[in-house]
Design a protein around this ligand. Sequence first.
Ligand code: URA
Length: 433
Amino acid sequence: MRIYDLINKKKHGNELSREEIDYMVKDFTNGSIPDYQMSAMLMAIYFKGMNESETLFLTEAMAKSGEMLDLSSVSGVKVDKHSTGGVGDKTSLALAPMVAACGIKVAKMSGRGLGHTGGTIDKLESFPGFSTDITAEDFKKNLNDIGIALMGQTNELAPADKKLYALRDVTATVDQMSLIASSIMSKKLASGADAIVLDVKTGSGAFMKEEADAVALAKEMTLIGNSAGRKTVALVTDMDQPLGYAVGNVLEVIEAIETLKGNGPYDFTALCVALGTQMLIAGGLFSDQTEAEQRIRQTISDGSALKKLADFITAQGGDADYVYHPEKLIKAKIIEPVLSPAKGFIEKIICDEVGHCSLILGGGRATKESVIDLAVGIILTQKVGDEVREGDIIAYLHGNDTEKIAEAKERLLNAYKISLSPPKTSCLIKKII
Ligand code: URA
């Protein structure tokens, strides 16, 4: 087989077979196919697309390019959840304990934040001592013992995707639906869970700005997951304003803890309940939606989810006292209010811009090597649709540097649009696929 022939075939819009895709992924990963030929292939895929079978073959080939985590020694159904990312998205912190408290095993491989979106690992490292640097054996032991385990993505997980993604990044071929779907799903398949619940975000703070694109991506990913033998469900959810009120690592951890105590923001709680309901159904615990929803809500009212979070933090080396006393978590030195410049209704909060404010304050990574300040971030006090008077506080900036606070404040004010009539608010859960 020659990669030249395969590029030519795809250039003319013809279908690649499983054998051809396996060869291409294997030889690209081991360095036999050079970047310039793979770049040409990516561009051919970009223009000619891939059908469902090709996308599945590519996903499976990338998943098998490295270690496939074998969770068969862990009893029960293992469910994973993946979000396409957004601003203030601390869902895993609250959702994983809620689901595990119902008896479903939550096996997660997470990443760190890059750019203006945060990463679950960074947030969890707000708990002194907490580590995701655990062996596969400890991962399985924790899953068996307490029902949740979280590991950082290792270099052995889908290495073909890692190499291919780096090439897509520099050849303007990231935004191709089959390439995105296969990239995300290859890592999910390699992570070993039996069932996968996907949270595909749409709106100004999401990768997929248009709902139709998010729906198409959700359909493509569920098809891949189900065809690969993993029960896969996707929720298409709103990311047109930050989720909840808190943006920034420690601030988000505190909001997640408050949610597990029943004091969470309406939208964030509703999203956790919706995703949790689907995870219980995907895990085979319920077939009835109402019963699953009641059970997941019960984990908040009976305190079992909060206790599960404490057990999880302890199992991974962290100090669980901070779960019960989040006021002990590190704090920023300066808290600066941001005042509404006008009277009216909040029509828009440009989500990406709020994320960038957190980045300016030091809460996000500009490059992979950046060191982040876990304490900084933003607490919104108003959401889209709320009425404000001129001079009302619309947010608080938590920072450690006055210059960065001034810069973030100017940027945050520009993220708001205030109008005289109440805006149409968008619904949180747009579709379940
Ligand atoms: N996230 C991924 O892991 N891969 C993509 O292609 C896009 C987002």
